[in-house]
Structures are given as structure tokens and as C-alpha cells.
Design a protein around this ligand. Structure first.
Ligand code: NAD
Ligand code: IPM
Ligand code: MN
Length: 322
């Protein structure tokens, strides 16, 4: 039996994940769904946000549906989501941003770069080492090139090679991989790219970049589709996979039933595609479109539907659709 770990996390994770899970349960009642509690709430309750047994439990799942965790601004508190990405070696973070006129796939390296975790902080100086390895760059370059080939598209490498040696290294590996496989490719400085993607989204297809640039670029690009409530993501490794919205725990709106659950539902759709159910993924996407077209919208889209009401409408569309 296929096993899905469900991690609500914190904040609006408790609101949007039940909606996404409900959709998965409707389409796949035969999967086994099991909850795993990690995050800030868990830390408050037990003094530990995520244990080794939690990681081991997550590894027993065929796929993980994840909400978001709150990262408290404390010394020595390691972000739970970063720990999971590293522990499960989820090196490719795929963040699709698409709408009528454009279809962009942001491919973010997910295990190294500025998040390599090699840091020190003293009274007068703090340093963070940005480690970009050949292995890390080659595997993300191969993922991005494969996606560009599947989509019949083009690769853009986002970097800051005008300043950073680690990005000269990263850029050259990505360009070499594209050249070796005959994929059309260009590159752009990440600052210029961040504006250009907003002005000319239709000229982008697959964009590959390092960890933190990809983090920032995906929040920026979410503007194109209505904001953070809309963009899902897949964190994929060779053995494990985790699906989560690009947004965080949104403490400013948590507990009010106003969060947009679309990013979470779409993350569930990416999970279905990963599990081999492409048609379930497409049905989920079209149910979301249908509900939005009916004028049922959450507050971020100018509507008044609550998180639960939007979710119920999607369930209803799925029940009555094909
Ligand atoms: P955020 O993404 O949680 O929120 C940014 C803004 O977008 C907020 O105004 C929020 O209300 C809005 N927003 C986000 N999701 C929304 C949704 N579904 N519907 C409507 N509005 C939405 O980012 P933040 O406020 O910078 O971070 C909050 C916490 O989440 C921090 O502790 C951060 O570290 C954490 N975080 C976790 C993850 C993760 O676990 N994957 C991702 C990002 C941020
Ligand atoms: C994301 C988040 C995380 C990141 C934080 C919470 C560590 O912003 O998933 O986009 O920086 O990767
Ligand atoms: Mn982010």
C-alpha cells in the first residue's frame, strides 16, 4: 500500500494541509495517510522541533505532503524544513509558476550554496560559507536540462557570476550540460532576471539557479500568478519526495480561515503526478480553475470564501467533474 506522510507544520499549515489532504483522500482512498508532527508547535510542546525518529518515519513514506513550519529567530534552532531536505537529500526544488500566457519552472538547488550550514558568528564578525560543489551542480543541471527537454523548451541559468566564483562554477556546469545535450540555453544575472521575469514571463521556460537565489526568485515570480497563495513545489531526490507550498506558515493570517489553500492543493497535485496519477493531477488543477471561475475566491484574490469553503468547493467540483 502506498504511504503518504502528512505534515501540517505550523500556522496556516493547519488550515491548508487538511484541504489538500481531503482532495488526495477523495482521489486515492486506498493510500495510507499518516500524520507526522514537526515544527515550532512541536518544539514548544516537547523542546524539540524534529527528532531522528521523525526523520526515519518520513523516510517510510512514498511521498510527503508538507505544510510549512515557523522558524523562530533563535540561535542554534535549525530550520526543520532545511533539515528534512538535507536528511532526505531532496536536491531538486521545482517551483512551477504558470498562467495563461506563460509556463515557467523554477529549478532551485536545494541542498547547498548559502544553506550549506557552514557558519560562524562572533562578537565582531559572522560568516556563512557558500559551498557549490560539482556533484550538487551537475545533478541539478541534469534535472533542469531533462525538464527543458520534456517540455520542448529552453534553459535559463540565473547567477551572479559577475561577482561570485561559486556562481561562475555553477553557471559553467549548467551551460555545459545544456550544450552537451543540445538544449537551447542562455544565462542572466539573477538581479536583472528577477525584474525581467516579471516584465517578460513568456520568454522563460526552465530557470535553474542556486539555493537562495531560487528561494527569492520563486517568491518574486509568484507575483505573476496572484501571490504566494498559488505556487506549489516539489522537493525531489533520488529516493524521497516532499511536496509543499512555496509560502510559509503565514502567522499574520493563521487561525482565521482566510488563507488561500490553492498552493497546498496544487502541491498535492504534484504529489499525484509523482505517484504516477497524471490524470488525478490534471483533474485537481481543473477543479481549482473551475472554482475560481465560479467566483469562489479567498481574500488574497479579493473574494470572501474561507479556506474551508474554497476547499469544499474544490471537492464538490471534483465529485461532479470527470
Ligand atoms: P509567508 O510565506 O508565511 O508569508 C508571507 C506573506 O504572504 C504574509 O503576508 C502571508 O499572510 C501571505 N501568505 C502566505 N501564504 C498565503 C496563503 N496561502 N494565502 C494568503 N496569504 C498568504 O512568509 P513569512 O511571513 O516571511 O514567514 C513566516 C514563517 O514561515 C517564518 O517562520 C518562515 O521562516 C516560515 N517559512 C516556512 C516555509 C516552509 O516551511 N516551507 C517557507 C517559507 C517561510
Ligand atoms: C522556502 C522557505 C525556506 C527556505 C525557509 C523557511 C528555510 O523560505 O521553502 O522557500 O529558505 O528554503
Ligand atoms: Mn522561501
Amino acid at each position: 500500500m502506498k504511504k503518504i506522510a502528512v505534515v501540517e507544520g505550523d500556522g496556516i499549515g493547519h488550515e491548508v494541509i487538511p484541504v489538500a489532504k481531503h482532495v488526495l483522500e477523495l482521489l486515492h482512498p486506498e493510500y495510507e495517510y499518516f500524520p507526522v508532527e514537526v515544527g515550532y508547535g512541536r518544539w514548544e510542546r516537547t523542546g524539540c522541533p524534529c527528532t531522528d525518529p521523525d526523520i526515519a518515519e518520513l523516510k517510510t513514506a512514498d511521498a510527503i505532503l508538507f505544510g510549512a513550519v515557523t522558524t523562530p529567530p533563535m540561535k542554534d534552532y535549525q530550520s526543520v524544513v532545511l533539515r528534512i531536505r538535507k536528511a532526505l537529500d531532496l536536491y531538486a526544488n521545482l517551483r512551477p509558476v504558470k498562467d495563461g500566457g506563460f509556463d515557467i519552472m523554477i529549478v532551485r538547488e536545494n541542498t547547498e550554496g548559502l544553506y550549506s550550514g557552514i557558519e560562524e558568528s562572533g562578537p565582531d564578525r559572522a560568516t556563512t560559507l557558500r559551498v557549490v560543489t560539482r556533484k550538487g551542480s551537475e545533478r541539478i543541471a541534469k534535472t533542469a536540462v531533462r525538464l527543458a527537454r520534456e517540455r520542448g523548451g529552453r534553459l535559463t541559468v540565473g547567477h551572479k557570476a559577475n561577482v561570485l566564483k561559486s556562481d561562475v562554477f555553477f553557471r559553467d556546469i549548467c551551460l555545459a550540460e545544456a550544450k552537451a545535450t543540445g538544449i537551447p540555453c542562455n544565462d542572466k544575472f539573477i538581479d536583472a532576471l528577477s525584474l525581467d521575469i516579471l516584465q517578460h514571463p513568456e520568454s522563460y521556460d526552465v530557470v535553474v539557479t542556486t539555493n537562495v537565489f531560487g528561494d527569492i526568485l520563486s517568491d518574486v515570480a509568484s507575483y505573476l500568478v496572484g501571490g504566494l497563495g498559488f505556487v506549489p513545489s516539489a522537493n525531489i531526490g533520488d529516493r524521497y519526495a516532499l511536496f509543499e507550498p512555496v509560502h510559509g506558515s503565514a502567522p499574520d493570517i493563521a487561525g482565521k480561515n482566510i488563507a488561500n489553500p490553492i498552493a497546498a492543493i496544487r502541491s498535492g497535485a504534484l504529489l499525484l503526478a509523482y505517484m504516477g496519477d497524471k490524470s488525478g493531477a490534471e483533474r485537481t488543477e481543473s477543479a481549482i480553475r473551475e472554482v475560481v471561475a465560479q467566483g469562489i475566491r479567498t481574500r488574497d484574490l479579493g473574494g470572501s470564501a474561507g479556506t474551508r469553503e474554497f476547499g469544499d468547493a474544490v471537492i464538490c467540483a471534483l465529485r461532479h467533474g470527470q
